[in-house]
Design a binder for this molecule. Structure first.
Ligand SMILES: NC(=O)c1ccc[n+]([C@@H]2O[C@H](COP(=O)([O-])OP(=O)(O)OC[C@H]3O[C@@H](n4cnc5c(N)ncnc54)[C@H](O)[C@@H]3O)[C@@H](O)[C@H]2O)c1
Length: 359
């Protein structure tokens, strides 16, 4: 049987930061030491409620709620402003067309500066020119650069430049990864090199973008862990970031008639990746969530529908709304996930699929 070297099985040391009790917890602990006045079921009339049993935690049941309200830095922000992306820069990977370009434009409309990246040397026209006009009208910047998300060194170099280039009053605080490919081949015939390529772009590429983002963010926000512990994150202090990775409803179901096993596996991987990154980076002030669209009419699906017109009916049949979606219908969810409107959401998968996976 294969045994792992000790370095691989040893639990990581628990950092002091993880063990530290929240500074405000002290007040509730003191309050908890007062006698219980609530009417709890009486087990032993002779036992004093303040006498701790040996080996048991000393906090009694029915701990009174603390008189001091917990910090709520966003509570004073009017609700519509929670969706505001001003004073921040968002990187969109896979922004030359389709969903990525559509949400990039929406981020500009919400006030963000946007750095668009894609494998293609040039973005789609006329959509790009229209997006540039939105940026000019809003007085925010929009840049375009080429990037292959599968190349780790390139991803890190490009992200470093993106963070460096962001306006000083609008640091990079958001990442939306939309880059992805699809290739339908029966599983029984799927060539290994094509399988690997698909996983490389959709899963590894998404991971590399998130990793590069988290490294840059952490190196530029060394105090974010402490700020998160003190719950000081707010619109004004801006010491949190949000990563949104595009998965798919195909990460949760096997789409009838669509023989694309590695695509679905890659998207299921993106959903799980989101949970793990959220777990690792929450204390750094980085939220990580996945967006799982249903069928969208984009270049990716247009070709499939052209080759197989019967898919149209098959896909419509699965939608509880009786139609496919259009890329603009993901603007709201994307802005929500990137903005402070979703400040307590991390490690989640937001399925926006017209009810396809509900049945
Ligand atoms: N279209 C749909 O029905 C649908 C449904 C669910 C999820 N999705 C997902 O949404 C995302 C966007 O899809 P879309 O429909 O807009 O497709 P699209 O093909 O229009 O856009 C994908 C973009 O990713 C870019 N890209 C591909 N490989 C890359 C690489 N190695 N490096 C950098 N960029 C690369 C492409 O150049 C393209 O601009 C994808 O992740 C896709 O899997 C799409």
């Amino acid at each position: 049987m294969r045994s792992f070297p000790p370095s691989m099985v040893r639990s990581p040391p628990i950092s002091a930061a993880r063990l530290r009790i929240h500074p405000r917890a002290g007040s509730s602990l003191r309050l908890a030491a007062r006698p219980i006045t609530t009417s709890l079921p009486h087990r032993d009339a002779s036992a004093s409620p303040s006498t701790p049993s040996p080996g048991k935690p000393q906090l009694p049941l029915g701990t009174p709620s603390p008189t001091e309200a917990p910090p709520a830095p966003l509570a004073a922000v009017p609700a519509p402003r929670l969706f505001d992306l001003t004073n921040r820069t968002v990187i969109v990977a896979g922004a030359a067309r389709g969903l990525g370009l559509t949400v990039a434009r929406a981020f500009l409309e919400a006030g963000a500066h946007v750095q668009a990246l894609d494998l293609l040397p040039k973005p789609d026209e006329p959509a790009w020119s229209q997006t540039q006009k939105v940026a000019a009208d809003r007085g925010v910047t929009l840049t375009y650069g080429t990037l292959d998300v599968t190349d780790q060194q390139q991803v890190h170099d490009v992200f470093e430049k993106c963070f460096d280039a962001a306006p000083t009053n609008a640091p990079v605080r958001g990442l939306f990864v939309s880059a992805g490919i699809q290739l339908m081949i029966d599983a029984i015939d799927y060539p290994a090199d094509q399988f690997r390529k698909l996983i490389d772009v959709n899963l590894t590429g998404t991971f590399l973008c998130a990793q590069a983002f988290a490294r840059e963010w952490t190196s530029r926000n060394p105090n974010s862990t402490e700020a998160v512990e003190k719950a000081e994150h707010s619109v004004s202090t801006g010491n949190t970031a949000s990563i949104v990775m595009t998965a798919s409803m195909s990460g949760s179901v096997a789409n009838r008639g669509i023989n694309a096993a590695p695509y679905n596996a890659s998207k299921a991987g993106v959903v799980q990746l989101g949970r793990n990154l959220a777990m690792e980076w929450g204390e750094r002030g980085i939220r990580v969530n996945t967006l799982s669209p249903g069928y969208i009419r984009t270049a990716l699906t247009a070709k499939l529908l052209q080759d197989r017109p019967d898919f149209n009916e098959l896909w419509l049949g699965g939608s509880l709304l009786g139609r496919l979606s259009t890329p603009d219908e993901f603007r709201g969810p994307a802005i929500f996930m990137l903005s402070d409107a979703s400040s307590f959401m991390t490690g989640a998968d937001l399925i926006v699929d017209g009810g396809h996976t509900a049945t």
